[in-house]
Design a protein around this ligand. Structure first.
Ligand code: ADE
Length: 245
């Protein structure tokens, strides 16, 4: 997969692209990332990228021309007439794991990071093919949102994670939150690891984990619980968990 990022702050991506899973995925050639500075596509002496909003109001608005020209340069380089182009903005559809899977299927993606008070609406209407928000809160720009979305997508690409099992068991994949995890030492500051995890009884461990996963989801994310129909076995496990807790 190739990801092109259109931003006013290229340096913000340095850390993300060099470290951990994304750094490794890039080293192994599983994802190719390119950063484009919107300012490089201005034609005036002062490299102006923003202007006052028509109709008045506080703050500045990102001008359409340099953003259009940046994305058009990417398309020309790729030799493609169109490419999935995502504008990160609080007005977008709310990002989730299903959208991550949908985006992970593309060969190319372009992310446009907005800034200041907003982006000229013609970018959303005539350049972007999709608009995504990562949550109902206001960031100072789209870069952190683009990073969150990229991170989710890249870890789904074939070969990026060591074990496919760790993907399958992750929170949200099965519609439930993940069960609690423990590692050594067995007792830390008087806080013991649940004894079932040390029992070596794999069936019992699987049952406990499923129960914890259901209980957590029911307590912390009733909205997720409402979206699923529990099997009779899950129903029983959850009822038992509520009786114990
Ligand atoms: N830009 C500013 N806030 C944002 C958000 N919540 N999601 C995506 N892009 C944003």
């Amino acid at each position: 997969m190739r990801i092109d990022i259109v931003t006013l702050f290229p340096q913000m991506f340095d850390g993300l692209l060099g470290c951990s899973i994304i750094g490794r995925a890039r080293e192994h050639g599983l994802v190719d990332t390119r950063i484009h500075d919107i300012r490089d596509y201005t034609h005036d002496k002062h490299h102006v990228v923003d202007d006052y909003p028509y109709g008045g109001g506080a703050g500045m608005v990102l001008k359409p021309e340099p953003i259009f020209e940046t994305v058009e340069a990417v398309k020309t380089e790729l030799g493609l007439a169109s490419v999935p182009t995502i504008l990160l903005s609080p007005q977008g559809r709310l990002f989730n794991q299903d959208i991550a899977r949908e985006l992970a299927a593309y060969q190319h993606l372009v992310f446009i990071c907005g800034h200041y008070e907003g982006v000229d609406e013609r970018v959303a209407e005539h350049l972007a093919t999709d608009e995504i928000s990562i949550g109902d809160y206001l960031l100072s720009g789209g870069e952190i949102a683009a990073m969150a979305v990229m991170d989710c997508i890249i870890r789904l690409l074939p070969g990026v994670l060591g074990s496919e099992a760790s993907l399958a068991e992750d929170s949200h994949i099965g519609g439930f939150l993940e069960y609690p995890q423990y590692t050594r030492p067995p007792v830390y500051r008087d806080w013991a690891t649940p004894s079932v995890l040390l029992s070596g009884d794999h069936a019992k461990i699987a049952r406990w984990r499923r129960q914890q996963s259901l209980l957590r989801t029911a307590k912390r994310r009733p909205d997720l619980m409402e979206k699923t129909v529990l099997s009779p076995e899950d129903e029983r496990l959850l009822n038992e968990a509520f009786e114990i807790s």
